[in-house]
Ligand binder design. Structure first.
Ligand SMILES: *[C@@H]1O[C@H](CO)[C@@H](O)[C@H](O)[C@H]1NC(C)=O
Ligand SMILES: *[C@@H]1O[C@H](CO)[C@@H](O)[C@H](O)[C@H]1NC(C)=O
Ligand SMILES: *[C@@H]1O[C@H](CO)[C@@H](O)[C@H](O)[C@H]1NC(C)=O
Ligand SMILES: *[C@@H]1O[C@H](CO)[C@@H](O)[C@H](O)[C@H]1NC(C)=O
Length: 477
Protein backbone atom coordinates (compact mmCIF):
# COMPACT_ATOMS: atom_id res chain seq x y z
CA UNK A 1 0.00 0.00 0.00
CA UNK A 2 2.77 2.42 0.99
CA UNK A 3 4.76 1.53 -2.08
CA UNK A 4 1.87 2.34 -4.35
CA UNK A 5 1.37 5.70 -2.64
CA UNK A 6 5.04 6.48 -3.03
CA UNK A 7 4.98 5.68 -6.74
CA UNK A 8 1.83 7.78 -7.13
CA UNK A 9 3.45 10.69 -5.35
CA UNK A 10 6.55 10.43 -7.48
CA UNK A 11 4.45 10.32 -10.55
CA UNK A 12 2.47 13.41 -9.53
CA UNK A 13 5.63 15.30 -8.67
CA UNK A 14 7.20 14.33 -11.95
CA UNK A 15 4.24 15.39 -13.97
CA UNK A 16 3.95 18.64 -12.05
CA UNK A 17 7.61 19.34 -12.62
CA UNK A 18 7.27 18.46 -16.24
CA UNK A 19 4.22 20.69 -16.46
CA UNK A 20 5.99 23.54 -14.79
CA UNK A 21 8.87 23.33 -17.18
CA UNK A 22 6.61 23.43 -20.23
CA UNK A 23 3.85 25.67 -19.04
CA UNK A 24 3.51 29.36 -19.63
CA UNK A 25 3.19 31.45 -16.49
CA UNK A 26 0.20 33.73 -16.55
CA UNK A 27 0.16 36.25 -13.75
CA UNK A 28 -3.55 36.82 -14.10
CA UNK A 29 -6.40 35.41 -16.28
CA UNK A 30 -6.26 38.30 -18.74
CA UNK A 31 -5.23 38.49 -22.41
CA UNK A 32 -2.35 40.80 -21.53
CA UNK A 33 -0.69 38.35 -19.22
CA UNK A 34 -1.08 35.49 -21.71
CA UNK A 35 0.33 37.72 -24.42
CA UNK A 36 3.32 38.54 -22.28
CA UNK A 37 3.91 34.88 -21.62
CA UNK A 38 3.56 33.97 -25.29
CA UNK A 39 5.91 36.75 -26.29
CA UNK A 40 8.49 35.51 -23.88
CA UNK A 41 8.23 31.78 -24.54
CA UNK A 42 6.85 31.18 -28.02
CA UNK A 43 7.14 34.15 -30.34
CA UNK A 44 10.85 34.46 -29.72
CA UNK A 45 11.37 30.95 -31.06
CA UNK A 46 9.56 31.35 -34.35
CA UNK A 47 12.73 31.05 -36.38
CA UNK A 48 13.23 27.37 -35.62
CA UNK A 49 11.22 24.22 -35.93
CA UNK A 50 9.34 23.95 -32.60
CA UNK A 51 10.84 20.71 -31.27
CA UNK A 52 12.80 19.96 -28.12
CA UNK A 53 15.69 18.18 -29.85
CA UNK A 54 16.82 18.46 -33.44
CA UNK A 55 16.37 14.74 -33.91
CA UNK A 56 12.69 14.95 -33.06
CA UNK A 57 10.23 14.69 -35.93
CA UNK A 58 7.57 17.33 -36.07
CA UNK A 59 4.31 15.56 -36.80
CA UNK A 60 2.03 17.83 -38.76
CA UNK A 61 -1.51 16.54 -38.90
CA UNK A 62 -3.34 17.57 -42.00
CA UNK A 63 -6.77 17.31 -43.45
CA UNK A 64 -8.75 19.13 -46.06
CA UNK A 65 -12.21 19.68 -47.38
CA UNK A 66 -13.23 20.29 -50.92
CA UNK A 67 -15.31 23.44 -50.86
CA UNK A 68 -15.93 23.85 -54.55
CA UNK A 69 -15.10 22.43 -57.92
CA UNK A 70 -14.58 25.52 -59.99
CA UNK A 71 -13.67 24.16 -63.35
CA UNK A 72 -11.95 21.64 -65.49
CA UNK A 73 -9.88 22.43 -68.51
CA UNK A 74 -9.38 19.31 -70.57
CA UNK A 75 -7.14 21.05 -73.03
CA UNK A 76 -4.68 22.26 -70.41
CA UNK A 77 -5.36 19.20 -68.27
CA UNK A 78 -6.01 21.24 -65.17
CA UNK A 79 -8.56 21.08 -62.43
CA UNK A 80 -9.43 24.20 -60.48
CA UNK A 81 -10.86 23.58 -57.05
CA UNK A 82 -11.17 25.39 -53.78
CA UNK A 83 -10.15 23.45 -50.71
CA UNK A 84 -9.90 24.20 -47.03
CA UNK A 85 -6.59 23.04 -45.72
CA UNK A 86 -6.37 22.36 -42.00
CA UNK A 87 -3.11 21.71 -40.20
CA UNK A 88 -2.41 20.94 -36.57
CA UNK A 89 1.09 20.66 -35.11
CA UNK A 90 2.56 20.66 -31.63
CA UNK A 91 4.75 23.49 -30.39
CA UNK A 92 7.33 22.58 -27.85
CA UNK A 93 7.16 24.67 -24.67
CA UNK A 94 3.61 25.79 -25.33
CA UNK A 95 0.91 24.92 -22.83
CA UNK A 96 -0.84 26.75 -20.14
CA UNK A 97 -3.31 26.30 -17.37
CA UNK A 98 -6.74 27.19 -18.57
CA UNK A 99 -7.78 28.49 -15.17
CA UNK A 100 -4.70 30.63 -14.58
CA UNK A 101 -4.71 32.17 -18.00
CA UNK A 102 -8.49 32.35 -18.43
CA UNK A 103 -8.83 30.75 -21.84
CA UNK A 104 -8.44 27.44 -23.60
CA UNK A 105 -7.33 28.91 -26.91
CA UNK A 106 -6.09 32.11 -28.39
CA UNK A 107 -5.61 33.29 -31.94
CA UNK A 108 -2.31 34.89 -32.77
CA UNK A 109 -0.88 36.39 -35.97
CA UNK A 110 0.49 33.78 -38.29
CA UNK A 111 3.71 35.68 -38.85
CA UNK A 112 4.66 35.28 -35.18
CA UNK A 113 4.95 31.52 -35.51
CA UNK A 114 6.91 28.90 -37.31
CA UNK A 115 4.53 27.55 -39.96
CA UNK A 116 5.16 24.26 -41.77
CA UNK A 117 5.88 24.81 -45.46
CA UNK A 118 3.18 22.52 -46.80
CA UNK A 119 2.42 22.83 -50.49
CA UNK A 120 0.39 20.98 -53.05
CA UNK A 121 2.79 19.64 -55.58
CA UNK A 122 0.32 19.72 -58.48
CA UNK A 123 0.11 23.48 -58.30
CA UNK A 124 0.04 24.79 -61.84
CA UNK A 125 -0.84 28.41 -61.36
CA UNK A 126 0.13 31.18 -59.03
CA UNK A 127 -1.57 31.02 -55.69
CA UNK A 128 -4.63 33.23 -55.81
CA UNK A 129 -5.95 31.94 -52.56
CA UNK A 130 -7.43 34.36 -50.08
CA UNK A 131 -4.93 35.11 -47.34
CA UNK A 132 -5.63 34.34 -43.71
CA UNK A 133 -3.72 35.99 -40.92
CA UNK A 134 -4.38 34.10 -37.73
CA UNK A 135 -3.55 30.79 -36.18
CA UNK A 136 -5.14 29.26 -33.11
CA UNK A 137 -3.02 28.13 -30.18
CA UNK A 138 -4.59 25.83 -27.62
CA UNK A 139 -3.71 25.23 -24.00
CA UNK A 140 -2.46 21.69 -24.77
CA UNK A 141 0.29 23.11 -26.91
CA UNK A 142 -1.02 22.75 -30.46
CA UNK A 143 -1.26 25.25 -33.24
CA UNK A 144 -4.31 25.02 -35.51
CA UNK A 145 -4.02 26.52 -38.92
CA UNK A 146 -6.85 26.62 -41.44
CA UNK A 147 -6.88 28.39 -44.75
CA UNK A 148 -8.66 28.25 -48.08
CA UNK A 149 -6.50 27.26 -51.01
CA UNK A 150 -7.50 27.74 -54.59
CA UNK A 151 -5.69 25.03 -56.44
CA UNK A 152 -5.17 24.89 -60.16
CA UNK A 153 -3.90 21.41 -60.18
CA UNK A 154 -2.54 19.24 -62.91
CA UNK A 155 -4.67 16.23 -63.54
CA UNK A 156 -4.41 13.64 -66.25
CA UNK A 157 -7.82 13.54 -67.86
CA UNK A 158 -9.16 10.53 -69.57
CA UNK A 159 -11.99 11.66 -71.81
CA UNK A 160 -12.50 8.50 -73.79
CA UNK A 161 -15.92 7.89 -72.27
CA UNK A 162 -16.95 11.56 -72.36
CA UNK A 163 -19.60 12.63 -71.29
CA UNK A 164 -19.85 9.68 -68.93
CA UNK A 165 -16.30 10.05 -67.75
CA UNK A 166 -14.92 9.73 -64.26
CA UNK A 167 -11.69 11.47 -63.45
CA UNK A 168 -9.11 10.61 -60.85
CA UNK A 169 -7.19 13.72 -59.80
CA UNK A 170 -4.42 13.74 -57.26
CA UNK A 171 -3.62 16.38 -54.67
CA UNK A 172 -0.28 15.76 -53.00
CA UNK A 173 0.43 17.70 -49.83
CA UNK A 174 3.96 17.81 -48.61
CA UNK A 175 6.65 20.06 -47.12
CA UNK A 176 8.59 21.78 -49.80
CA UNK A 177 11.92 21.80 -48.03
CA UNK A 178 11.87 19.61 -44.98
CA UNK A 179 12.87 15.98 -45.09
CA UNK A 180 10.75 13.26 -43.65
CA UNK A 181 12.94 13.05 -40.52
CA UNK A 182 12.12 16.69 -39.74
CA UNK A 183 8.53 17.15 -40.79
CA UNK A 184 6.16 14.27 -41.23
CA UNK A 185 2.58 14.48 -42.40
CA UNK A 186 -0.11 12.62 -40.54
CA UNK A 187 -3.70 12.21 -41.59
CA UNK A 188 -6.25 13.61 -39.13
CA UNK A 189 -9.44 12.35 -40.70
CA UNK A 190 -10.00 9.25 -42.70
CA UNK A 191 -10.81 9.66 -46.36
CA UNK A 192 -14.44 8.79 -45.69
CA UNK A 193 -14.71 11.62 -43.16
CA UNK A 194 -13.06 14.01 -45.57
CA UNK A 195 -15.60 13.01 -48.20
CA UNK A 196 -18.48 13.42 -45.79
CA UNK A 197 -17.27 16.86 -44.66
CA UNK A 198 -16.67 17.93 -48.22
CA UNK A 199 -20.15 16.92 -49.25
CA UNK A 200 -21.47 19.13 -46.48
CA UNK A 201 -19.51 22.22 -47.42
CA UNK A 202 -19.31 21.95 -51.18
CA UNK A 203 -21.24 24.75 -52.77
CA UNK A 204 -20.92 24.09 -56.45
CA UNK A 205 -23.60 22.15 -58.25
CA UNK A 206 -21.92 22.31 -61.58
CA UNK A 207 -20.88 19.81 -64.11
CA UNK A 208 -18.74 17.79 -61.74
CA UNK A 209 -19.72 15.71 -58.78
CA UNK A 210 -17.32 14.56 -56.11
CA UNK A 211 -17.97 10.84 -55.81
CA UNK A 212 -15.09 9.58 -53.76
CA UNK A 213 -11.89 10.52 -51.97
CA UNK A 214 -9.00 8.22 -51.21
CA UNK A 215 -6.07 9.15 -48.99
CA UNK A 216 -2.58 7.71 -48.78
CA UNK A 217 0.38 8.78 -46.68
CA UNK A 218 3.60 8.11 -48.39
CA UNK A 219 7.33 8.66 -48.23
CA UNK A 220 8.77 10.00 -51.43
CA UNK A 221 12.39 9.10 -52.07
CA UNK A 222 14.18 11.59 -54.25
CA UNK A 223 17.94 11.34 -54.71
CA UNK A 224 18.47 9.77 -51.28
CA UNK A 225 16.30 12.30 -49.54
CA UNK A 226 13.04 11.25 -48.04
CA UNK A 227 10.03 13.52 -48.13
CA UNK A 228 6.81 12.86 -46.35
CA UNK A 229 3.64 13.39 -48.35
CA UNK A 230 -0.06 12.94 -48.02
CA UNK A 231 -1.98 12.18 -51.19
CA UNK A 232 -5.65 12.64 -51.79
CA UNK A 233 -7.24 11.10 -54.84
CA UNK A 234 -10.34 13.00 -55.80
CA UNK A 235 -12.72 10.98 -57.88
CA UNK A 236 -14.91 13.29 -59.92
CA UNK A 237 -17.70 12.22 -62.16
CA UNK A 238 -19.25 14.37 -64.82
CA UNK A 239 -22.95 15.03 -64.83
CA UNK A 240 -23.78 14.08 -68.40
CA UNK A 241 -27.23 15.58 -68.72
CA UNK A 242 -26.10 18.73 -70.52
CA UNK A 243 -24.37 16.67 -73.18
CA UNK A 244 -27.13 14.12 -73.49
CA UNK A 245 -29.73 16.83 -74.04
CA UNK A 246 -27.64 19.06 -76.27
CA UNK A 247 -25.52 16.67 -78.25
CA UNK A 248 -26.52 13.06 -78.12
CA UNK A 249 -30.28 13.27 -78.46
CA UNK A 250 -30.24 15.75 -81.39
CA UNK A 251 -27.63 13.63 -83.14
CA UNK A 252 -29.70 10.52 -82.68
CA UNK A 253 -32.82 12.35 -83.87
CA UNK A 254 -31.10 13.53 -87.01
CA UNK A 255 -29.84 10.03 -87.68
CA UNK A 256 -33.33 8.63 -87.26
CA UNK A 257 -34.69 11.30 -89.55
CA UNK A 258 -32.11 10.33 -92.10
CA UNK A 259 -33.12 6.71 -91.68
CA UNK A 260 -36.78 7.47 -92.26
CA UNK A 261 -36.04 9.55 -95.31
CA UNK A 262 -35.50 6.23 -97.04
CA UNK A 263 -39.26 5.93 -97.06
CA UNK A 264 -39.41 8.75 -99.59
CA UNK A 265 -39.33 7.37 -103.12
CA UNK A 266 -35.77 7.62 -104.40
CA UNK A 267 -36.69 8.65 -107.90
CA UNK A 268 -38.31 11.81 -106.68
CA UNK A 269 -35.71 14.52 -106.29
CA UNK A 270 -37.24 15.20 -102.89
CA UNK A 271 -35.24 12.57 -101.13
CA UNK A 272 -31.81 13.76 -102.15
CA UNK A 273 -32.78 17.35 -101.44
CA UNK A 274 -34.10 16.26 -98.08
CA UNK A 275 -30.89 14.43 -97.23
CA UNK A 276 -28.80 17.33 -98.38
CA UNK A 277 -30.75 19.65 -96.11
CA UNK A 278 -30.28 17.21 -93.26
CA UNK A 279 -26.51 17.15 -93.74
CA UNK A 280 -26.44 20.91 -93.87
CA UNK A 281 -28.52 21.09 -90.70
CA UNK A 282 -26.22 18.65 -88.95
CA UNK A 283 -23.17 20.67 -89.93
CA UNK A 284 -24.69 23.83 -88.56
CA UNK A 285 -25.69 22.00 -85.39
CA UNK A 286 -22.18 20.68 -84.86
CA UNK A 287 -20.75 24.11 -85.49
CA UNK A 288 -22.93 25.54 -82.77
CA UNK A 289 -22.21 22.76 -80.33
CA UNK A 290 -18.52 22.32 -81.01
CA UNK A 291 -17.44 24.21 -77.91
CA UNK A 292 -19.22 21.62 -75.79
CA UNK A 293 -16.87 18.95 -77.03
CA UNK A 294 -13.68 18.54 -75.07
CA UNK A 295 -10.40 18.98 -76.85
CA UNK A 296 -7.29 17.15 -75.83
CA UNK A 297 -4.30 16.23 -77.81
CA UNK A 298 -4.08 12.51 -77.40
CA UNK A 299 -7.53 11.04 -77.10
CA UNK A 300 -10.71 10.97 -79.11
CA UNK A 301 -13.86 10.64 -77.06
CA UNK A 302 -16.40 8.06 -78.07
CA UNK A 303 -18.93 10.85 -78.49
CA UNK A 304 -16.86 12.30 -81.34
CA UNK A 305 -16.89 8.88 -82.93
CA UNK A 306 -20.66 8.78 -82.59
CA UNK A 307 -21.01 12.17 -84.25
CA UNK A 308 -18.59 11.22 -86.96
CA UNK A 309 -20.43 7.98 -87.63
CA UNK A 310 -23.78 9.78 -87.80
CA UNK A 311 -22.36 12.30 -90.20
CA UNK A 312 -20.63 9.70 -92.33
CA UNK A 313 -23.78 7.63 -92.56
CA UNK A 314 -25.74 10.66 -93.69
CA UNK A 315 -23.24 11.32 -96.44
CA UNK A 316 -23.20 7.68 -97.44
CA UNK A 317 -26.98 7.58 -97.60
CA UNK A 318 -26.98 10.64 -99.82
CA UNK A 319 -24.50 8.89 -102.09
CA UNK A 320 -26.75 5.88 -102.10
CA UNK A 321 -29.69 7.98 -103.18
CA UNK A 322 -27.67 9.48 -105.97
CA UNK A 323 -26.59 6.01 -107.06
CA UNK A 324 -30.12 4.64 -107.10
CA UNK A 325 -31.39 7.68 -108.94
CA UNK A 326 -28.67 7.20 -111.50
CA UNK A 327 -29.65 3.56 -112.02
CA UNK A 328 -33.28 4.42 -112.41
CA UNK A 329 -32.97 7.43 -114.64
CA UNK A 330 -29.87 7.21 -116.72
CA UNK A 331 -29.19 3.52 -117.16
CA UNK A 332 -32.51 2.92 -118.82
CA UNK A 333 -31.49 5.27 -121.60
CA UNK A 334 -28.29 3.47 -122.37
CA UNK A 335 -28.69 -0.24 -122.43
CA UNK A 336 -30.97 -3.06 -121.44
CA UNK A 337 -30.38 -4.79 -118.16
CA UNK A 338 -27.71 -7.49 -118.39
CA UNK A 339 -29.23 -10.87 -117.87
CA UNK A 340 -27.07 -11.87 -114.87
CA UNK A 341 -27.86 -8.59 -113.11
CA UNK A 342 -31.54 -8.98 -113.65
CA UNK A 343 -31.45 -12.57 -112.37
CA UNK A 344 -29.28 -11.71 -109.38
CA UNK A 345 -31.16 -8.62 -108.36
CA UNK A 346 -34.72 -9.34 -109.34
CA UNK A 347 -34.80 -13.01 -108.50
CA UNK A 348 -32.56 -13.43 -105.47
CA UNK A 349 -31.96 -10.10 -103.76
CA UNK A 350 -35.57 -9.06 -104.26
CA UNK A 351 -36.64 -12.13 -102.31
CA UNK A 352 -33.99 -11.47 -99.68
CA UNK A 353 -35.29 -7.95 -99.08
CA UNK A 354 -38.91 -9.15 -99.10
CA UNK A 355 -39.93 -7.48 -102.33
CA UNK A 356 -42.27 -9.76 -104.34
CA UNK A 357 -40.88 -10.45 -107.84
CA UNK A 358 -42.43 -8.21 -110.43
CA UNK A 359 -45.44 -9.79 -112.17
CA UNK A 360 -45.09 -9.85 -115.93
CA UNK A 361 -48.81 -9.75 -116.63
CA UNK A 362 -49.32 -6.09 -116.18
CA UNK A 363 -47.06 -5.36 -119.11
CA UNK A 364 -48.51 -4.65 -122.53
CA UNK A 365 -47.61 -7.68 -124.56
CA UNK A 366 -48.72 -7.21 -128.10
CA UNK A 367 -48.17 -10.37 -130.06
CA UNK A 368 -47.46 -8.82 -133.36
CA UNK A 369 -45.11 -10.57 -135.66
CA UNK A 370 -41.77 -8.91 -135.50
CA UNK A 371 -41.08 -6.62 -138.39
CA UNK A 372 -38.87 -8.42 -140.84
CA UNK A 373 -36.66 -7.20 -143.59
CA UNK A 374 -38.69 -8.44 -146.53
CA UNK A 375 -41.76 -6.88 -145.10
CA UNK A 376 -41.39 -3.43 -146.46
CA UNK A 377 -44.05 -1.52 -148.27
CA UNK A 378 -42.72 -2.20 -151.77
CA UNK A 379 -43.02 -5.96 -151.53
CA UNK A 380 -46.25 -5.96 -149.67
CA UNK A 381 -48.47 -8.75 -150.90
CA UNK A 382 -52.15 -8.96 -151.17
CA UNK A 383 -52.27 -11.60 -148.49
CA UNK A 384 -50.53 -9.34 -146.05
CA UNK A 385 -52.93 -6.60 -146.81
CA UNK A 386 -55.79 -8.89 -146.30
CA UNK A 387 -54.42 -10.06 -142.96
CA UNK A 388 -53.79 -6.48 -141.86
CA UNK A 389 -57.24 -5.36 -142.85
CA UNK A 390 -58.55 -8.26 -140.77
CA UNK A 391 -60.50 -9.92 -143.56
CA UNK A 392 -58.32 -13.01 -143.86
CA UNK A 393 -61.12 -15.53 -143.55
CA UNK A 394 -63.39 -14.04 -146.18
CA UNK A 395 -61.61 -13.91 -149.53
CA UNK A 396 -62.56 -10.91 -151.61
CA UNK A 397 -64.69 -11.47 -154.67
CA UNK A 398 -62.56 -9.30 -156.88
CA UNK A 399 -59.24 -7.48 -156.63
CA UNK A 400 -59.63 -3.88 -155.55
CA UNK A 401 -59.13 -1.20 -158.16
CA UNK A 402 -55.82 0.72 -158.61
CA UNK A 403 -56.50 3.89 -156.54
CA UNK A 404 -57.84 1.82 -153.68
CA UNK A 405 -54.75 -0.34 -153.75
CA UNK A 406 -52.52 2.72 -153.58
CA UNK A 407 -54.52 4.04 -150.69
CA UNK A 408 -54.20 0.76 -148.90
CA UNK A 409 -50.44 0.64 -149.49
CA UNK A 410 -50.12 4.10 -148.00
CA UNK A 411 -52.20 3.06 -145.05
CA UNK A 412 -50.09 -0.02 -144.58
CA UNK A 413 -46.91 2.06 -144.61
CA UNK A 414 -48.35 4.33 -141.95
CA UNK A 415 -49.41 1.40 -139.87
CA UNK A 416 -45.93 -0.07 -140.17
CA UNK A 417 -44.36 3.13 -138.94
CA UNK A 418 -46.77 3.31 -136.00
CA UNK A 419 -46.08 -0.28 -135.15
CA UNK A 420 -42.32 0.24 -135.20
CA UNK A 421 -42.76 3.20 -132.93
CA UNK A 422 -44.90 1.24 -130.51
CA UNK A 423 -42.48 -1.65 -130.52
CA UNK A 424 -39.60 0.64 -129.69
CA UNK A 425 -41.62 2.24 -126.99
CA UNK A 426 -42.61 -1.06 -125.44
CA UNK A 427 -39.03 -2.30 -125.59
CA UNK A 428 -37.74 0.93 -124.05
CA UNK A 429 -40.31 0.99 -121.34
CA UNK A 430 -39.58 -2.63 -120.55
CA UNK A 431 -35.88 -1.80 -120.13
CA UNK A 432 -36.56 1.25 -118.05
CA UNK A 433 -39.07 -0.63 -115.99
CA UNK A 434 -36.49 -3.29 -115.29
CA UNK A 435 -33.88 -0.71 -114.34
CA UNK A 436 -36.47 0.94 -112.18
CA UNK A 437 -37.17 -2.33 -110.46
CA UNK A 438 -33.47 -2.94 -109.92
CA UNK A 439 -33.19 0.53 -108.42
CA UNK A 440 -35.99 -0.22 -105.99
CA UNK A 441 -34.46 -3.52 -104.94
CA UNK A 442 -31.01 -2.05 -104.45
CA UNK A 443 -32.49 0.84 -102.53
CA UNK A 444 -34.29 -1.58 -100.26
CA UNK A 445 -31.12 -3.62 -99.81
CA UNK A 446 -29.01 -0.60 -98.93
CA UNK A 447 -31.72 0.61 -96.59
CA UNK A 448 -31.48 -2.67 -94.72
CA UNK A 449 -27.70 -2.41 -94.64
CA UNK A 450 -27.99 1.15 -93.38
CA UNK A 451 -30.26 0.09 -90.53
CA UNK A 452 -27.84 -2.70 -89.61
CA UNK A 453 -24.75 -0.48 -89.71
CA UNK A 454 -26.46 2.30 -87.79
CA UNK A 455 -27.70 -0.05 -85.08
CA UNK A 456 -24.35 -1.82 -84.79
CA UNK A 457 -22.50 1.49 -84.43
CA UNK A 458 -24.90 2.88 -81.87
CA UNK A 459 -25.06 -0.31 -79.86
CA UNK A 460 -21.27 -0.65 -79.87
CA UNK A 461 -20.77 2.89 -78.66
CA UNK A 462 -23.41 2.60 -75.96
CA UNK A 463 -21.97 -0.73 -74.84
CA UNK A 464 -18.50 0.79 -74.66
CA UNK A 465 -19.82 3.65 -72.57
CA UNK A 466 -21.49 1.25 -70.19
CA UNK A 467 -18.54 -1.08 -70.08
CA UNK A 468 -16.03 1.66 -69.26
CA UNK A 469 -18.25 3.22 -66.62
CA UNK A 470 -18.88 -0.16 -65.04
CA UNK A 471 -15.19 -1.04 -64.97
CA UNK A 472 -14.55 2.16 -63.10
CA UNK A 473 -17.28 1.35 -60.61
CA UNK A 474 -15.91 -2.12 -60.02
CA UNK A 475 -12.45 -0.67 -59.32
CA UNK A 476 -13.95 1.28 -56.48
CA UNK A 477 -13.46 -0.61 -53.22
C1 LIG B 1 6.78 29.52 -14.20
O1 LIG B 1 6.92 29.89 -12.87
C2 LIG B 1 7.48 28.88 -12.03
C3 LIG B 1 7.50 29.41 -10.62
O2 LIG B 1 6.42 30.15 -10.39
C4 LIG B 1 8.87 28.53 -12.52
O3 LIG B 1 9.40 27.52 -11.75
C5 LIG B 1 8.81 28.12 -13.97
O4 LIG B 1 10.12 27.91 -14.45
C6 LIG B 1 8.15 29.17 -14.80
N1 LIG B 1 7.99 28.67 -16.12
C7 LIG B 1 8.46 29.30 -17.16
C8 LIG B 1 8.22 28.65 -18.46
O5 LIG B 1 9.01 30.37 -17.08
C1 LIG C 1 5.62 11.57 -34.65
O1 LIG C 1 5.01 10.35 -35.04
C2 LIG C 1 5.84 9.22 -35.03
C3 LIG C 1 5.08 8.04 -35.49
O2 LIG C 1 4.02 8.41 -36.22
C4 LIG C 1 6.38 9.01 -33.62
O3 LIG C 1 7.27 7.92 -33.59
C5 LIG C 1 7.08 10.26 -33.15
O4 LIG C 1 7.43 10.13 -31.79
C6 LIG C 1 6.15 11.46 -33.26
N1 LIG C 1 6.89 12.66 -32.92
C7 LIG C 1 6.52 13.46 -31.93
C8 LIG C 1 7.37 14.65 -31.71
O5 LIG C 1 5.53 13.27 -31.28
C1 LIG D 1 -6.63 6.94 -58.72
O1 LIG D 1 -5.27 6.90 -59.12
C2 LIG D 1 -4.38 6.32 -58.17
C3 LIG D 1 -2.98 6.34 -58.72
O2 LIG D 1 -2.85 7.04 -59.86
C4 LIG D 1 -4.78 4.89 -57.85
O3 LIG D 1 -3.96 4.38 -56.83
C5 LIG D 1 -6.23 4.89 -57.38
O4 LIG D 1 -6.64 3.56 -57.16
C6 LIG D 1 -7.10 5.52 -58.44
N1 LIG D 1 -8.46 5.53 -57.94
C7 LIG D 1 -9.48 5.07 -58.68
C8 LIG D 1 -10.81 5.07 -58.06
O5 LIG D 1 -9.30 4.67 -59.80
C1 LIG E 1 14.48 6.84 -46.70
O1 LIG E 1 13.58 5.82 -46.31
C2 LIG E 1 14.03 4.51 -46.57
C3 LIG E 1 12.95 3.58 -46.14
O2 LIG E 1 11.73 4.06 -46.46
C4 LIG E 1 15.33 4.26 -45.82
O3 LIG E 1 15.81 2.97 -46.14
C5 LIG E 1 16.34 5.29 -46.24
O4 LIG E 1 17.50 5.13 -45.42
C6 LIG E 1 15.80 6.68 -46.00
N1 LIG E 1 16.73 7.68 -46.48
C7 LIG E 1 17.14 8.68 -45.74
C8 LIG E 1 18.10 9.62 -46.37
O5 LIG E 1 16.74 8.85 -44.60
Amino acid sequence: MKEIKKVWLIFICFSLLHGFVAALNCTSPTPESLLDALKKEVFTKKLLRPVKRFSDTLNVSLTMRVAGIIGVNEKEQTLTILIWQIMVWPIDGLSWDEKLCGTARVSVPRKELWIPDIYISQFMDEDESPKTFYVYLDSKGHAHDGKPVRVVSACRFNIYTFPFDVQNCTLTFGPYLHYAQDVRLVQINTAAEVLEDSRNVIYTRGEWELVDIQAVTNILELSEKNYSELRYYLILSRRPRLYIVNLIIPSVFLSILDLFSFLLPPQSVDRSAFKMTLILGYTVFLNMMSDLLPVTGNQTPLLNVLILVSFALMVVSLLETVFVMNIQHSSSQYSPVPHWLSVLVLRYIAVAVCLPPQKKSNRITVSLRPPTEEMNTNTISLKDLQSISGGGDTPPEKPPPGPVLDELRKLSRDLMAIRLQIDNHILGSKTSQEWHMIGIVIDRLLFGLYIVVLSVCFITIIALWFYKTETWKSQKP
